[in-house]
Design a protein around this ligand. Structure first.
Ligand code: ADP
Ligand code: MG
Length: 732
């Protein structure tokens, strides 16, 4: 099951977007982020600090500045990961950063501009191009799903009713890890189809975004692609490798202000960023390496990404930064986060022949349908041969199959013709009685019907077979590759260059580390003076380093204090609310009721909810509540003993089970009406002494139902009734 079991660290790359127009116009000091592309370093300047304060430097696997191209990021940092997924590894790419720093731009980019297409469309291209260029003994099945997490609820973006549906559950299996059982998954046969899937999901997100403020910046979007590849192994058996790719656009990492929020809204606010803070805790716990417990279970996001962080996956994190001075704090937090994530070690391995591979199921289904079809055709062929008087042994090669198919078709045609001829003969035969003729004709009709039915069934089977077979992509067959040789060469060269610059950067980084260590060893001093100079230089260097670290410690302390204060504030608010609830419970709920309720409550950690135990457990199923007893049979409603006796004594109006009184309401004179209507009313009054019930006089006369039926009917029938009464009135 496992192969290449080795550990590798999470790759972290940082990207800084250009200053936007607004920032350019109001920011005097320009960008606070500098990047050394060759070394993979980010240098951050604190706009509030003095010039003398050292700048903060962070080193990553790669950095991309404002001029970087989408293609560069893809070729250097993402392409190797997608190649691994195609080879059967799990892979994850997630974009992390403050809102507006380019997470969505990096992941999706601008679909219509080939230069600005992001990681996701490039990955689509990559996957399907790879399939089209692979050998023809490989079979592929590509599936895509799209989900989002908003306020700790998982929503399926491909489900048309996702807005109304309840959040999806998470399950865990030793085979595939954590997964969402009811998630829609679409089999995609081409780039166009997978783009369509992405569009459907994006539209669902866009609809939600117009309904809710800041929706898109607070929800996490996960696009999942599963690539299954079947190939005959050296042992002659077909092996299946399954690569799963998670493409994650996280919610904005900025702190959500919780001040002034209370009650339900406080809980909601806490939930919005729960996944992100849990992600931070997981990264810290993993990077630290010392703490045994990793709190994956704290949020839906961390559970879904469990494999990607410290598990069976290759992971790339793209941290996005904004260059504006006003976001210094957030930028620094993002860089720290990213710096910590570098230390996470994963254990990726190839997923070979997992039990739940859909490809295997498809292959089985195809084989079954094929066998059925062949059997049908074979039967037809044999019947034909019986007709023709030939005889042959079945053999299973391709040519024979085609022949069988042709002969089966011929058989159907011949059989039809034969039946037609026989029918004609019966019709023309004068020796038969009309009755007999009819019977024989009916018989032939039935035979023809059977033949047609059989043919239809075969056609249906063939259609089903073809539909399933078309879902499987065969290397170099289903998708045609339109790139010419020159373009292919160009692509290869570009990949080589990307590979080279990656290894160059790694070398540079290694050299930098070694330089510091070996400088001392290499130096020999000719004079005391020289030695003093060299040592002073070194002292200065070390002193600067010390200052940096001291500043770092101070920063971390400040941040710690800030987050502690926030937590304390949240705690205070929650305590206040708890006291309020206690007050209500203690004063307004009888103690015995309270105890009853308390004894029935249990906490369900799966759903993170308190639940009621059944009050009286049913005998057979202890977890189900006993049914309520039905009321006395035969009576419309429970009635008193007195009424029951009265019924048995004999009918008397007074003791009727349903003694509804008919109360005549007195007619009140109108006492409120608008001026104009009052005048009309007066006119009406004066013109006719008879006040019909349809008269509009501000206040309607109350009538009991036994007087007039109209007031009892529903509104629609009311309209029709009044219309009925109105017609003769106007006709008069
Ligand atoms: P986020 O998803 O992090 O909230 P977006 O991806 O929506 O941010 O980016 C915000 C804006 O910045 C968009 O208008 C986007 O086009 C622009 N942008 C982001 N990154 C870049 C970049 N590297 N180059 C050019 N424009 C960018
Ligand atoms: Mg976004």
């Amino acid at each position: 099951m496992s192969k290449n079991k080795s550990s590798e660290s999470v790759k972290v790359v940082v990207r800084c977007r250009p200053l936007n127009r607004k920032e350019e116009s109001n920011g005097p000091s320009g960008s606070i982020v500098q990047m050394d592309l060759r070394l993979g370093q980010v240098i951050l300047r604190n706009p509030r600090a003095s010039q003398s304060e050292p700048q903060k430097t962070f080193t990553f696997d790669a950095v991309y500045d404002a001029n970087s191209k989408q293609r560069d990021l893809y070729d250097e940092s993402v392409r190797p990961l997608i190649d691994s997924v195609l080879a059967g590894f799990n892979g994850t790419i997630f974009a992390y950063g403050q809102t507006g720093t380019g997470k969505t731009y990096t992941m999706q980019g601008m679909w219509l501009d080939p230069e600005k297409r992001g990681v996701i469309p490039n990955a689509f291209d990559h996957i399907f191009t790879h399939i089209s260029r692979s050998q023809s003994d490989k079979q592929y099945l590509v599936r895509a799903s799209y989900l989002e997490i908003y306020r700790e609820e998982i929503r399926d973006l491909l489900d048309p009713n996702h807005a109304n549906a309840r959040g999806l559950e998470l399950r865990e299996s030793p085979e595939t890890g954590v997964y969402v059982p009811d998630l829609t998954s679409c089999v995609c046969k081409s780039i166009k189809e997978i783009e369509e899937v992405m569009n459907v999901g994006n539209q669902a997100r866009a609809v939600a975004a117009t309904d809710m403020n800041e929706y898109s910046s607070r929800s996490h979007a996960l696009f999942l692609i599963t690539v299954e590849c079947g190939q005959p192994g050296p042992d002659g058996r077909k092996h299946i490798r399954v690569g799963r790719l998670n493409l994650v656009d996280l919610a904005g990492s900025e702190r959500q202000a919780k001040t002034g929020v209370q009650g339900e809204r406080l809980k909601e606010a806490a939930k919005i960023n729960l996944s992100l803070s849990a992600l931070g805790n997981v990264i810290s716990a993993l990077a630290d390496g010392r703490s045994g417990h990793v709190p994956y279970r704290d949020s839906k996001l961390t559970r879904l990404l469990q494999d990607s962080l410290g598990g069976n996956a290759k992971t790339v994190m793209v941290a996005t930064l904004g260059p504006a001075p006003q976001h210094y704090d957030e930028t620094l937090t993002t860089l720290r986060y990213a710096n910590r994530a570098k230390n996470i070690q994963n254990q990726p391995r190839v997923n070979e022949d997992p039990k739940d591979a859909l490809l295997r199921e498809f292959q089985r289904e195809i084989a079954r349908l094929r066998a059925q079809l062949n059997h049908r055709k074979w039967r037809s062929k044999q019947r034909k041969e019986r007709l023709d008087g030939e005889d042959s042994e079945p053999d299973g090669d391709e040519d024979a199959e085609e022949e069988v198919e042709k002969e089966a078709e011929e058989y159907v045609k011949q059989e039809e013709q034969r039946l037609e001829r026989e029918k004609e003969a019966i019709r023309g035969d004068r020796s038969l009685l009309a009755d007999e003729k009819q019977k024989l004709l009916g018989e032939k009709e039935r035979m023809m019907g059977d033949l047609r039915k059989e043919q239809e069934a075969t056609e249906q089977l063939t259609a089903k077979y073809k539909a399933i077979e078309s879902k499987l992509l065969v290397g170099g067959k289903n998708i045609t590759d339109h790139t010419n040789e020159q373009q292919k060469m160009l692509e290869v060269k570009r990949q080589e260059i990307a590979e080279q610059s990656r290894s160059e950067r790694e070398m540079q980084q290694k050299m930098l580390v070694q330089d510091d260590e070996t400088l001392e060893l290499r130096e020999t001093f000719t004079s005391l003076q020289q030695e003093v100079e060299a040592k002073t230089k070194k002292l200065k260097k070390l002193y600067a380093k010390l200052q940096c670290i001291k500043a770092e410690i101070q920063d971390v302390n400040d941040e710690h204090v800030r987050s502690r204060q926030e937590l304390e504030q949240t705690q205070n608010e929650l305590t206040r609310e708890l006291k309020f609830k206690y007050l209500i419970i203690e004063n307004f709920i009888p103690p015995e009721e309270k105890n009853k309720i308390m004894s029935r409550m249990t906490f369900d950690p799966e759903e993170d909810q308190w639940k009621f135990q059944p009050l009286v457990p049913a005998e057979s199923k202890p977890l189900e509540m006993k049914k309520r007893p039905t009321s006395a049979v035969g009576y419309k409603r429970p009635i008193s003993q007195y009424a029951r006796v009265a019924i048995t004594m004999g009918a008397h109006n007074r003791f009727r089970a349903e003694n509804i009184m008919f109360l005549e309401l007195d007619m009140n004179p109108p006492n409120t009406a608008s001026l104009g209507r009052l005048k009309d009313a007066e006119l009406n009054l004066s013109s006719s002494a008879d006040n019909s019930p349809t008269d509009d006089r501000g206040v309607h006369k109350s009538r009991s139902w036994c007087q007039s039926q109209t007031s009892l009917t529903s509104s629609s029938s009311n309209v029709s009734l009044s219309a009925c009464t109105a017609v003769p009135a106007s006709a008069q």
